[in-house]
Design a protein around this ligand. Structure first.
Ligand code: F1P
Length: 361
């Protein structure tokens, strides 16, 4: 058996991810050429993004961005939801373009939903994976294999950032390349963030005083709030919650105590509400960490990127490494191995019976 330290793969995957982003940027044009058989986008009235876990969270972020970049109607759903309730989301006459996202390309529900949609409506599938030769890749009409962000650890980190970045580059390219210069800056911004923010993020992750984490984000940042909570749960086995930022005020804030760290992923339209929200969290004894593009007024902890007012739809890629770092240091401080969380090692294979063929199909 290979001898390894706790978190050795995850650390490498988090802290060197700027390199894989750079490579994804370099290969963006050639990737689009591989999709020639399923384009142009004008063939599709709607675009669906689907996946499980982190891949579903990529879907949430990508769908918000593609709606804006391409002007197409977009939907983001967990694979299981679309598998069992397709009629709640798509008409039988629809002909959607479906991005089926899975780092491993082998997750049960994502394979099953592709099969189900093919019998349900006229579906074109693009597999988005982080390795070659996967069952999902084989079942799709086209494939985006982001091998640059392939991972060895069980918990998804750089593959979240990388696959999402690849989808944003593609969306911008198909939408007319209006954001090319903003997108090109991302790898360098991530690289400097990973070192510049370590001295703040590491002690916050390691701090014994926090027992509960809350991640708040809206619009394109909601998917990242969900992903951040998943990282905290999977890697550090610590209770974590996520909400649309201002929804937190309407009941959920009552979970705040002096043992709570609330991480607010700041979007532009909600900046004006930050002082009120932060005051409410402070009144309950909680601490706040703000993650924002540009300066924000706050007496508490904050991480500011100098991305010069980058569009909100690109911020999840910029902020993702920070929340990954936070969960990583929390896991290490608590003696967990982020490469191999005990609860995730066993997988249960779903059988086809979970996706019954319906007589009306
Ligand atoms: C799906 C997934 C991961 C998550 C966890 C369990 O994997 O939910 O996103 O981090 O490890 O599996 P995949 O379909 O993206 O390979």
């Amino acid at each position: 058996m290979e001898e390894k330290e706790n978190g050795q793969f995850t650390a490498r995957e988090i802290f060197t991810q700027a390199d894989s982003l750079r490579e994804i940027l370099r290969r963006a044009e050639s990737r689009q050429r591989d999709l020639a058989s399923v384009l142009p986008l004008s063939r599709y009235a709607e675009i669906v993004f689907t996946g499980c876990g982190s891949s579903y969270h990529i879907s949430l972020c990508a769908a918000r961005a593609w709606q804006q970049l391409t002007g197409r109607r977009t939907l983001a759903l967990p694979s299981s939801e679309l598998l069992h309730f397709p009629e709640s989301y798509l008409g039988r006459e629809s002909a959607p373009l479906v991005f089926a996202i899975s780092r491993s390309g082998g997750t049960d529900e994502t394979l099953l939903v592709v099969e189900r949609l093919r019998s349900y409506c006229r579906t074109t599938v693009i597999a988005v994976v982080a390795q070659e030769g996967t069952p999902l890749g084989r079942s799709a009409d086209a494939e985006l294999a982001f091998v640059e962000c392939h991972e060895r650890s069980i918990v998804t980190t750089q593959a979240f950032t990388g696959m999402l970045y690849g989808l944003l580059l593609l969306g911008d390219s198909l939408g007319g390349l209006y954001h090319a210069s903003e997108l090109r800056r991302i790898p360098d911004l991530v690289k400097s963030s990973l070192t510049a923010h370590e001295s703040l993020v590491r002690p916050m992750g390691e701090a014994n005083r926090f027992r509960r984490f809350v991640f708040l984000g809206s619009g394109p940042l909601y998917g990242l709030a969900a992903e951040a909570a998943l990282k905290m749960t999977e890697m550090a086995l610590t209770p974590a919650h996520f909400y649309h930022t201002l929804e937190f005020r309407h009941g959920p804030k009552l979970i705040v105590s002096p043992e709570t760290l609330a991480v607010i992923l700041v979007s532009r339209p909600e900046r004006a509400y930050l002082p009120l929200l932060m005051e409410e969290i402070a009144d309950l004894g909680g601490e706040v960490l703000l993650i924002a593009d540009g300066e924000v007024e706050s007496s508490g902890s904050r991480i500011s990127f100098a991305a010069e007012m980058m569009d909100d739809i690109f911020l999840p890629v910029l902020f993702a490494p920070v929340v990954q770092q936070l969960a990583f240091w929390r896991a290490m401080a608590r003696g967990h191995d982020p490469d191999r969380p005990p609860t995730l090692v066993r997988t249960v294979k779903l059988s086809r019976q979970t996706a019954p063929e319906r007589s009306a199909d």
